[in-house]
Design a protein around this ligand. Structure first.
Ligand SMILES: Nc1ncnc2c1ncn2[C@@H]1O[C@H](COP(=O)(O)OP(=O)(O)O)[C@@H](O)[C@H]1O
Ligand SMILES: [Mg+2]
Length: 349
């Protein structure tokens, strides 16, 4: 993807807007979601694969946390497991805790979890056609979200729905309320999804590669729309394979590689001083950091198969700094100063 960060010459993330994340005004440190020891497997014809291996992280109130990594690294499975939305079977959450406002979402009765899904945590997927019903008008679907969770008249809900379509930048909102999803462009459908996801003012928005299916100019518009729409009380878990999007949007980033988190840091710091060799490689492969005429510096080698991860560091085979011990033991994600963590023996103290 070639979406270059718009603000490479400035500090990361919306410093030209409200200062959510300047050096002096840190976002809150009050945890909203704390995930620990999350391990998720899938049974396949070729055996059991580990999609997510002992993953832990937190999202603070009002914070935008990015998850970045190549395709297949476990980003979506991590996010979907929090809401127990992975297909089961073949998927299985083997272990883990996902503490959200005092409750473990992985243990919550399914009826309570449904209420969390609608009210407190909402999701925007990559391809909105899979989330929108083709059979119902956009307006009907939008107000259904409202009416399921609020006792509100149909007329009032229709009014609020129309306002939201306007807010997310859909022209002729009153008319578009009557449209079917297939009558809208991909970008417009994704705007509808954003309205549906935010209309109930969730505490956490999970956005899983929300612009990947869209063309480049629309991608940038949708990203800035999410940024504008998310108010300071809403936290976001934003999944992307694009470091440019991380730079543009996020406060903090989790770098995932082959089912594990390998680095965690505030966005500014990860760009200024990446620690993990995989993070460095990801940054070097960013189009915007190389000259436009230069060829992309793709990361050599392949992500190992999740059916057969090595017993040592999963990145060992591609790592320019690999040492003997990296092939026999898995480095744990360890603290490296305030707010920074890395899973790499290079930093073993
Ligand atoms: N429904 C499924 N059945 C079998 N394997 C799956 C399923 N969903 C995901 N996986 C596997 O889990 C791993 C992680 O996938 P995913 O979280 O979707 O990666 P990412 O979002 O980082 O691209 C991959 O190896 C993928 O093939
Ligand atoms: Mg994914």
């Amino acid at each position: 993807m070639s979406h270059a960060p718009r603000n490479t010459n400035h500090a990361p993330r919306n410093t030209n807007h409200e200062p959510r994340n300047t050096n002096h005004v840190p976002v809150s440190k009050i945890p909203l979601l704390s995930v620990s020891n999350l391990t998720v497997v899938f049974d396949t014809d070729d055996g059991q694969l580990t999609a997510v291996d002992d993953v832990g992280f937190r999202i603070n109130k009002g914070e935008i946390v990015g998850v970045v990594g190549e395709s297949g690294c476990g980003k979506s499975v991590t996010a979907m497991s929090i809401l127990r939305l992975i297909p089961s079977p073949p998927g299985k959450i083997v272990s883990g805790v996902a503490q959200f406002e005092g409750e473990d979402l992985l243990k919550l009765p399914i009826s309570d979890l449904r209420s969390v899904r609608g009210n407190d945590i909402s999701v925007i997927f990559q391809e909105p056609m899979t989330a929108l019903s083709p059979l119902h008008r956009v307006g009907t679907q939008l107000i259904e979200t409202l009416r399921l969770h609020d006792s509100i008249s149909k007329e009032d809900a229709w009014q609020i729905g129309t306002e939201w379509l306007g807010k997310v930048g859909i022209p002729d909102a009153a008319e578009r309320m009557h449209a079917y999803p297939f009558e809208l462009s991909g970008g417009m459908r994704q705007r509808v999804m954003i309205a549906m996801a935010l209309i109930l003012k969730p505490k956490l928005l999970i956005a899983d590669e929300p612009t990947t299916a869209l063309d480049v100019t629309i991608q940038a518009q949708i990203m800035s729309l999410i940024q504008e729409m998310v108010d300071t009380d809403t936290s976001v878990l934003l999944i992307t394979h694009d470091m440019g999007v991380i730079w543009e949007m996020c406060d903090r980033v989790l770098v995932m590689y082959a089912s594990r988190i390998v680095e965690e840091a505030p966005v500014k710091e990860i760009f200024a001083n990446p620690l993990h060799p995989y993070t460095k490689a990801l940054l070097q492969s960013m189009p915007s950091l190389t000259e436009a005429t230069e060829r992309l510096n793709a990361i050599d080698g392949q992500v190992p198969s999740p059916l057969d991860y090595p017993c040592g560091c999963h990145f060992a085979d591609r790592c320019p700094s690999v040492m003997d011990r990296c092939r026999s033991a898995k480095p744990a994600l360890e603290d490296q100063g305030e707010d920074r963590k890395v899973a790499c023996f290079l930093y073993d103290k």
